[in-house]
Design a protein around this ligand. Sequence first.
Ligand SMILES: Cc1cn([C@H]2C[C@H](O)[C@@H](COP(=O)(O)OP(=O)(O)OP(=O)(O)O)O2)c(=O)[nH]c1=O
Length: 189
Amino acid sequence: MNLVLASSSPRRRDLLARIGAVPARVVPPDIDESPRRDEAPRAYALRLAIAKAQAVPRAGDEIVLAGDTTIALGRRILPPADTLDIQRDLLGRLSGRRHHCLSAICVIGTDGKARTRVADTVVAFKRLTPQEIERYLDCGEGLGKAGGYAIQGRAEAFVRFLSGSHSGVVGLPLFETRALLESAGIVLG
Ligand SMILES: Cc1cn([C@H]2C[C@H](O)[C@@H](COP(=O)(O)OP(=O)(O)OP(=O)(O)O)O2)c(=O)[nH]c1=O
């Protein structure tokens, strides 16, 4: 398989493996992830997925896949939880509310064409007490991640309701990924 995964995220590699896609190369893309002024969350996630896929040099017979997971509260793009203070603030904002997780993917085929999809998932968190937030910060999960939580761990128990793509929230929407890889000529089992 001449698949190149343009990602530094081990979760994206693991999710891909679940649909039987094992990349020949995994290359971390080096791009500027700052949102533009007034950029809408969906447009931002899409732009980043495309930029990540384009950032990786591709041989003529290679197919590149990249993704971006962005958490949005209304029209606001939430930052990644780079520090504990940011993570505490993010969890406080998500507490008791619904947010959107925009998980965009981009596949560049051997024809050089970029194809994209976005999985838009609504996630509703239970109301979190300050103690629950502190205990979650102590467990170390969610630090560095979009929105400050990782649904594949303890935060799954904060999720009262989810509509959309669970794998998209983790980092790679598998329904959309399979469809794009197949349209680029990769046959999956
Ligand atoms: C919301 C959420 C995000 N995340 C992760 C997925 C992504 O890796 C990360 C979002 O940041 P991204 O910028 O999408 O990805 P990344 O910087 O980790 O990797 P890449 O090199 O491919 O750009 O947060 C979870 O693991 N679980 C979750 O529940």
